[in-house]
Design a protein around this ligand. Structure first.
Ligand SMILES: Cc1ncc(COP(=O)(O)O)c(C=O)c1O
Length: 483
């Protein structure tokens, strides 16, 4: 048996490091080793359970009660706020949309028919809402933002109408770390009887202790639901988030229950049936251990890291922090205010940083429906474990910036020409699996590894027709795990 685990260890050696703060996305290291041990032990205790039925395994209901209660206090929800533990941010977002759509449909009984409800959100909202709109058949109405990812409240408010089932705002948005104008949007939505979801999957366990913020959570009367991920800044291992709903009626609308089949009665508060209780148990143990004070201390650490990184980037010619982020996400972009020869392209920077032992996350630019482009950037998720090494990190940033300063952004002109020649993108034509794979190999993107340069692939993703880029990415990922 030990050789099996040895093989897994060897496979794991190819992974980017999950601890130590060197990867500034996907992983959320508190820097407290005891949290990992506690989470492992709690997860192991709960491993054999089936979260499908808390009447048989009441420990699951007890843990969920505690986790919902803890999250509700953090987010200033009163007794009318109830909720559910889900498997992650995407599931929380999907459920928020499904619930709002169902309640919207119910509220319109007898009203003039509207074929398809709308999901209204700033263009910077997380992609989980595009997925939700696709799955639950809503029209995704993305409201254009400034190049720095700032949305004007009035632009959202003026698009509120009877066909809007849900408006979503973020606290903060992932791409540039902005706090959306939540109070203004929620008030306008509430006045029209429209539900308003705050997606704080990313910031839900940090922003409550972040200094100087306006009210953005359940203190805002028009906010009807909030998502917050325990497997991000709750510091739990992956597979756990909460969706809080204002009011039992809204919460119950989220459930699926049926007696219409021959087996056991099925009641599911989430999308899954059988589910692991281990992520819940790990999150429960961590929230019990950290308590309010623990989260406050960890947030203080992130706040200091954010300040230090922002000040350091201000001192790096040609590079800038995009916009005015609050919280643990910042995006780095090229400083358009200096000549091209002095600019630092963020994707070249991300590639160069790998050799210095750090990984930041390239984000392609987004051309919105009004033609305004949200700048391409590099995302940094700032975690507490960075605090003792922030000087080392910012020195690496400065050195990597020196290496790439003046180099223009990657330009995939050959591949774009090939796509055009083959007619992809015209009339919705997309490459099938074989053609997509050939194109990817031609572009040198046929194999991906943790250390591979990404600038060219990101440029291609941005500039290829969207359905074509999506087909290429699908192929890339599907091939990785094909036997
Ligand atoms: C704001 C926001 N919403 C939703 C999600 C989706 O969360 P998950 O990846 O856990 O499904 C993320 C993930 O980064 C996020 O940042």
């Amino acid at each position: 048996m030990s050789d099996i685990l040895d093989r897994l260890r060897r496979m794991r050696a190819a992974d980017a490091p999950t601890h130590g703060g060197r990867v500034l996305s996907y992983v959320y290291d508190s820097g407290l080793a005891e949290l990992d041990e506690l989470a492992d032990a709690a997860a192991r205790l709960a491993r054999p359970l089936n979260g499908l039925d808390p009447t048989v395994f009441p420990s699951i209901a007890a843990m969920e009660r505690d986790v919902i209660g803890f999250s509700r206090r953090m987010l200033h929800g009163g007794r009318s706020v109830v909720g559910t533990v889900t498997s992650g941010g995407t599931e929380s977002c999907l459920l928020a949309v499904k619930t709002a759509r169902d309640l919207w449909r119910r509220s319109r009984a007898g009203a003039p028919e509207i074929a398809r409800p709308r999901l209204l959100a700033p263009a910077t909202v997380h992609a989980a809402f595009i997925k939700a709109a696709q799955l639950f058949d809503l029209e995704f109405d993305a409201v254009p933002c400034s190049p720095d990812g700032v949305v004007r409240a009035s632009d959202l408010v003026e698009r509120l109408d009877d066909d809007v089932a849900l408006v979503v705002v973020s606290a903060p948005s992932y791409p540039t770390g902005m706090l959306d104008p939540i109070a203004e949007v929620a008030a306008a939505a509430s006045a029209r009887g429209i539900a308003c979801h705050v997606d704080s999957c990313f910031g839900g366990f940090v922003l409550p202790r972040w200094p100087g913020l306006p009210a953005w959570d359940f203190r805002v009367a028009g906010v009807t639901s909030i998502s917050a991920d325990l497997h991000k800044f709750g510091y739990a291992p992956k597979g756990v988030s909460v969706l809080l709903q204002r009011g039992r009626r809204r919460h119950r609308a989220q459930f699926f229950a049926t007696t219409g089949w021959a087996g056991y009665p099925v009641v599911n508060p989430t999308l899954l049936g059988s589910r692991s209780a281990s992520p819940l148990a790990a999150a429960w143990a961590i929230t019990q251990h950290l308590g309010d004070d623990g989260y406050r201390r960890l947030t203080g650490s992130i706040h200091r890291v954010a300040l230090a990184v922002t000040v350091a980037v201000d001192g790096i010619p040609g590079l800038r922090v995009i916009g005015d982020p609050i919280g643990p996400a910042i995006a780095l972009g090229a400083d358009a205010g200096v000549p091209a020869s002095e600019r630092v392209d963020p994707h070249r920077l991300a590639d160069a940083l790998v050799a210095h032992g750090w990984k930041i996350q390239p984000q392609p630019g987004l051309v919105q429906k009004d033609g305004v482009r949200i700048a391409h950037s590099a995302h940094l998720t700032l975690t507490p474990v960075l605090e003792p090494q922030v000087g080392e990190f910012t020195r690496a940033l400065a050195e990597a910036a020196d290496e790439v300063r003046g180099r223009p952004a990657a330009n995939p002109r050959m591949l774009l020409a090939a796509l055009r020649l083959l007619g992809y993108g015209e009339g919705g034509r997309v490459p099938g699996p074989a053609a997509a794979w050939r194109l990817l190999r031609l572009a040198g993107a046929g194999s991906v590894s943790a250390d591979q340069p990404m600038a060219m692939l990101m440029a291609l993703i941005e500039r290829a027709p969207r359905p074509v880029a999506e087909a290429l990415l699908t192929e890339l990922l599907a091939r990785m795990s094909e036997p």
